[in-house]
Design a protein around this ligand. Sequence first.
Ligand SMILES: Cc1cc2nc3c(=O)[nH]c(=O)nc-3n(C[C@H](O)[C@H](O)[C@H](O)COP(=O)(O)OP(=O)(O)OC[C@H]3O[C@@H](n4cnc5c(N)ncnc54)[C@H](O)[C@@H]3O)c2cc1C
Length: 527
Amino acid sequence: MSSSQQGAEMHPSRWGDPARAAALPESTRGLIELVFGLDERPVAADPALAPSALGPDLLDGLAALVGGDHVRTDDQTRRLRTRGKSTPDLLRARAGDLSDAPDAVVRPGDHDEVAAVLAFAVEHRLAVVPFGGGTSVTGGLVARRQGFAGVVSLDLVRMKRLLAVDHVSMIATLEPGLRGPEAEALLAAEGLTLGHYPQSWEHATIGGFAATRSSGQSSAGYGRFDSLVVGLRVATPRGPLELGTAPASAAGPDLRQLFLGSEGTLGVITAVTVRVRRLPAVKVYEGWRWPSFGAGTAAMRTLAQSGLLPTVLRLSDESETAVNLADPAAIGGEGATGCLMITGFEGTSAAVEAKRAAVTALLTDLGGTAVGEAAGEKWAHGRFDAPYLRDSLLDLGVLVETLETATFWSNVERAYADVKAALAESLGDPSIVLCHVSHVYETGCSLYFTVAARESADPLAQWGSAKRAASDAIVTAGATITHHHAIGTDHKPWLAQEIGPLGVSVLRAVKADLDPTGILNPGVLVP
Ligand SMILES: Cc1cc2nc3c(=O)[nH]c(=O)nc-3n(C[C@H](O)[C@H](O)[C@H](O)COP(=O)(O)OP(=O)(O)OC[C@H]3O[C@@H](n4cnc5c(N)ncnc54)[C@H](O)[C@@H]3O)c2cc1C
């Protein structure tokens, strides 16, 4: 495994493994200068933190539960557990603002220790923030401090075991602190794979995937994370829950769904049982060119509704295609325009061959042009690199951020146009708005937007306005406020619009029952 796969810590103001941060190539820097101008932005030194609000009695009490080595209050450990990795999170850290740092980082080793920490937190009125990989992009790791004696980051980093494998049923039980590569390595030793590869895969964890209903780049083939979960073990302030005892059940509403997407507000997920697949013998990725985004999305819909989804299926709009493909030859020759689609096939060689042939025939019939495996390999090779590029652009004063939504096929054109227009209008010139279809279903798809703009004097306010405009456009268009990034604190106002007052009331009632003193991630998710 590379060093990031072994679990290098991320700096609060940057993404990923510090050893992999690289300067921009001169040609890219030149392009940035041409479009946005250069305005290098220094990063403030790591600030000293306010002293921990927890006195020796509370710290000793926590140490008695998990061991003295696993209760940390030093500045460096607390800095590394401050907020997540949205661009606003990075901007605040770059400006030297780590004011949301927890008072202590507590690292339980198993379910019982998690339960004991929750009981202690109830007794002493400590807010508890479950912490997986720290890759939240929606403010899911910033708990409200008011009304609490302090804030504890409940770091699940010690809970990294593969607890059980059932090769007959093809299910495996994993602890929540396993990062993506660690979980895959443990499963690979059994000849198995989970197949869940979000762009944050190298750092995000099994518990985080479940708590945010994450979706990976191979979701067309393997399914989104919530669809892979067959069982959950959860520690709540009211006691434990073991959910999921059969492949399917009619035993009332599915309570697993309460905890999938609960973002640490209803309980701490301490084990996740997932559906697994055999390791694929073959992986092939290739590119297709479409004359327009509309033609490409129509082709995706036809594939999905024909039961012919590849493992990977994504489509960049014209702008994203042009920006990502500095080499137009990759999609069909000098001066080529249009949209790049990536298809990927994983499985046994017979299954890959059969599916690929059927998909190729259908896409060709629909007017697509196959552009070969080079474009697919290029995507596969660079699939985890974009967040590093964001840091390099922020260094040059270029604001970069992403947001996403999903809607039914009949509404895709409208949602795409409205969100793109809202972002472009709010950000003004010079800015660019790119989009791709990132996940596909029989009934619809998700749209993933990336923006880049010249940073104003107040980039937080600049992005805040653009994000509000885009979120309003999403909800007005009847799309969802999030397909896979979750709610956190950032999306709460739009969640309330999406589920209505009765929906909010149901969420509050569940929260009040499971977490009567409100210690779990206060201020997150529940409006
Ligand atoms: C560069 C980048 C790319 C990304 N790409 C994708 C993508 O392709 N697809 C996607 O779905 N998301 C993506 N994300 C968002 C993020 O990675 C996901 O939300 C991820 O699932 C979070 O996992 P984590 O382990 O980092 O959780 P954290 O960020 O640590 O926590 C997220 C939330 O879940 C809660 N939580 C964490 N663990 C537990 C637990 N065991 N029990 C209860 N609550 C818990 C936390 O309190 C918090 O509210 C991306 C983020 C970044 C920064």
